[in-house]
Design a protein around this ligand. Structure first.
Ligand code: BDR
Ligand code: CA
Length: 296
């Protein structure tokens, strides 16, 4: 399956990228970056660092948006650490591409009509800009797998909103309203799959992927407290692209609150028909075992 991954690494983005890079099922045409968990310059550098650490520097990285449609991104340094990864990986030798992430999404979709899946792991700014610039990508893309939203559960930034949607609700509204086929992995399922210290095998192993994941998780637990559970949000979105049968989905139209009220960024689903397959449940044990198996 050909994929482009739009990402804002980000600790869980990093784990998701390890899984995607190691999956024999995915052919990663490139990464596009967006501000979100950290500034765009940092998320881009982190993407390059991760690729180099994983021995895959040939995967191109295209920088995208440094700002959302309105205002500025709210960054998540308190969750992902001061550089966005909780750990300091060596500076990359490779550089980002000079082309823009938005154009790369459009060109990749055009060149691989009916055969490209877009996996979006950050605020939806790049995806929305691509849809506005070239509406035909709705038909060209096989599917967009989005990590975002808190449909029938509380948010993680406000009681109503999940981070990726909260950071650019206007973009999210454009994407969900585009008619594109979307698979939505929100907090509804990612809170069901967490990693704790008790998951000892997640902290073991000598492969690059195992080392990267365990270093990130150890750094996160040190920063946030040893008894916290780490939700596997972005990795589950990659799992949903590769193994959708691990999830239960319900078809819906998804709307996004964009006014300046306390509900800004809230995602609501009208179930029954629509273009979005909302993940309502996950076989968490199996999904975790699958993710763990992809670190080597
Ligand atoms: C999402 O927000 C980011 O902090 C994570 O990387 C993930 O994409 C979870 O709400
Ligand atoms: Ca992310």
């Amino acid at each position: 399956m050909k994929v482009v991954i739009d990402t804002d690494p980000g600790t869980d983005d990093a784990i998701a990228l390890v899984v995607a890079l190691n999956s024999p099922r995915l052919d990663i045409l490139g990464l596009t970056t967006v501000g979100g968990n950290a500034r765009l310059s940092q998320t881009t550098r982190n993407a390059l660092r991760i690729l180099e650490f994983m021995g895959r520097p040939e995967v191109p990285v295209y920088p995208g948006s440094s700002r959302p449609f309105k205002g500025r991104f709210e960054y998540a340094y308190g969750f992902h650490g001061p550089g966005g990864l909780t750990v300091r990986l060596p500076l990359p030798k490779t550089k980002a591409q000079t082309g823009s992430g938005v154009d790369f999404i459009i060109e990749a979709a055009r060149a691989n009509r009916g055969d490209l899946t877009l996996i979006a792991l950050g605020p939806l700014t790049n995806v929305a800009k691509a849809l506005k610039r070239e509406p035909l990508i709705v038909e060209w893309l096989n599917e967009i797998v989005v990590m975002g939203g808190a449909v029938d559960v509380p948010g993680n930034v406000t009681p109503h909103a999940e981070f990726n949607i909260f950071d650019d609700p206007e973009a999210a509204r454009t994407v969900f309203g585009s008619g594109a086929s979307i698979r939505l992995i929100g907090l509804d399922v990612c809170r069901k799959a967490g990693v704790t210290r008790a998951d000892e095998d997640w902290f073991r192993g000598d492969s690059q992927g195992e080392r990267l994941v365990s270093r990130i998780l150890k750094g996160w637990l040190k920063m946030r407290g040893r008894d916290e559970a780490y939700s596997l949000c972005d990795p589950l979105a990659v799992a949903a692209a590769i193994r959708p049968e691990l999830f239960t989905f319900a078809r819906a139209n998804v709307s996004v609150e964009t006014d300046d009220s306390s509900r800004r960024g809230k995602t609501s689903a009208g179930y029954g028909m629509g273009n979005v397959m909302v993940a309502t449940d996950v076989r968490a044990g199996e999904a975790k075992a699958f993710l763990r198996s992809m670190f080597t």
